[in-house]
Design a protein around this ligand. Structure first.
Ligand code: ZN
Length: 476
């Protein structure tokens, strides 16, 4: 009995100490480990498999939008950064620079990419000559580095994995459409693949990407009521095209400056999955990206025929395209239940001699912990249908939790009380930077995203006429 509760006891109480719960879960389920250099993480196979599934789903969507994959160098001449004033100012504090290589000092220091607008802009100025070369849409799957002194696996590390898409267009309308179209793609992906409901919209000037004209974001509410910026899409206008000389000859023979966009999501999404769905038992993974969708646990495995039946079931599910594993280890079934629940596997199948005799199996879903009986015929169909309903119900449950915790406030005290209670708070804003700063100072909350289309009479800080409604929250 002591053995069976071993794993549950090792994870901190999710309600009492959420940060410790998070750390326990990511380490004990073997998603990550800490790297030897402060600020770095090692993504272990179980974590990397989630990333691979995220990549697969997103990559298909990008290609449908006419985006091609490419790869650009990790090292970027420092001089490239100085070409776009806001960009260099925004990134300077966190850029790691190589000054020494091959046994000598370098003539020009080289930045390890924190993002690639500068080098991709430089290359695009060469590749874009005429209107026939547009639109140009490239994406790269790569690592980036932004110096960090603390490590929070998946949330804040100096090196992380991401994708960055970059597009070049002949006109403003098309570039803006691309920016918003990609935001929609991200939202659809987050909701349908990760079962994470997101709030999308524009960021304030203060919170936008350094060098962008406008930044659009998707924000997700974590279990503790904090917000996680889960992806961004930037309309860069002509800022980078001007700085990097991306010009094209129009069909009327005039040289025009192009318009660009960039957009990205990162391994942070894995943190978002953990903190949106996790519970007191550990991870709860959405079936679409779960490395293992279904685990088979034999009951009374020494009885004749049990292991063989489990093996046959595994092969049938595998052939049907289900990511399945059979836990044939010598641990007790109870111990295995705890282990696989902690690892968040969406469906567990229990199969013992009596089930086999009755021609059925027991299916336990991780999200609701409900158990149902299923016939041992048409198992692929049955398990796939169950996985689909887990996926759908996880999104609905997360949406309900999120919707219930969006509140309104008319003043700073209201915002403070709201975020202290683990809510997102909507409040009016006059549009001035001082008021935005004051909310951060007094409540620790930041302007996450504009609540488009909503109206409030007055600014929660200064009481002047409100120009916008903002969603405030504390954030990761
Ligand atoms: Zn104000």
């Amino acid at each position: 009995m002591a053995k069976e509760t071993q794993f549950v006891e090792q994870i901190a109480d999710i309600n009492a100490d959420f940060p410790q719960w998070y750390t326990d879960v990511v380490l004990k389920t073997k998603l990550v480990d800490y790297g030897p250099v402060k600020g770095t993480m090692v993504i272990r196979p179980y974590g990397y498999a989630i990333w691979e599934n995220i990549q697969k789903e997103l990559d298909t969507r990008f290609k449908k939008r006419g985006v091609e994959n490419a790869y650009f160098p990790l090292l970027i001449p420092m001089s490239f950064f100085t070409k776009e004033a806001e960009h260099v100012e925004g990134f300077a504090p966190e850029v790691a620079v190589v000054t020494h290589a091959g046994g000598e000092d370098l003539a020009e220091p080289l930045a390890i990419r924190p993002t690639s607008e500068t080098i991709i802009g430089t290359m695009c100025s060469k590749w874009v000559q005429s209107y026939r070369d547009l639109p140009l849409k490239v994406n790269q799957w790569c690592n980036v580095m932004r110096w960090e002194k603390t490590t929070r696996p998946f949330l804040r590390t100096s090196e992380f994995l991401w994708q960055e898409g970059h597009t070049v267009h002949s006109n403003q309308a098309e570039a803006e459409e691309e920016t918003l179209g990609m935001l929609e793609t991200y939202k659809e992906f987050a909701e349908n693949c990760l079962a994470i409901p997101v709030l999308t919209g524009r960021k304030t000037e203060k919170e936008k990407f350094a060098g962008a004209v406008a930044t659009y974001t998707m924000e997700a509410m974590m279990r503790d009521g904090k917000s996680l910026q889960a992806g961004t899409s930037h309309y860069l206008g002509q800022n980078f095209a001007t700085a990097f000389d991306i010009k094209y000859l129009g069909n009327e023979g005039v040289l025009n400056t192009a318009y660009t966009t960039s957009w990205g999501v990162s391994t942070r999404l894995i943190g978002a999955i953990i903190m949106t769905h996790g519970d007191e038992r550990g991870l709860v993974l959405p079936p679409v990206v779960a490395p293992i969708q279904c685990v088979i646990v034999p009951i009374a495995s020494r009885k004749p025929g049990v292991v063989e039946a489990c093996e046959a079931l595994k092969q049938e599910l595998e052939a049907g395209g289900v990511r399945v594993t059979l836990d044939n280890s010598d641990n007790s079934p109870g111990w295995k239940f705890n282990e696989w629940e902690m690892k968040g596997v969406p469906v567990r199948i229990e199969l013992g001699p009596r089930d086999i005799e009755a021609g059925k199996m027991i299916c336990a879903r991780r999200d609701t912990l409900e158990k149902t009986e299923m016939p041992l015929t048409n198992v692929v169909e049955g398990v796939k249908a169950l996985l689909a309903s887990v996926q759908k119900d996880m999104l609905e449950a997360a949406r309900k939790r999120c919707d219930a915790r969006i509140t309104y406030a008319d003043d700073i005290q209201g915002i403070l009380a709201g975020v202290d209670g683990g809510n997102f708070v909507k409040a009016g804003w006059c549009g001035c930077r001082d008021c935005e700063d004051k909310i951060k100072e007094e409540t620790g909350a930041t302007a996450r995203v504009y609540a488009e289309g909503e109206v409030k009479e007055t600014c929660a800080v200064c009481g002047k006429k409100s120009e916008h409604v903002i969603i405030y929250a504390r954030a990761y």
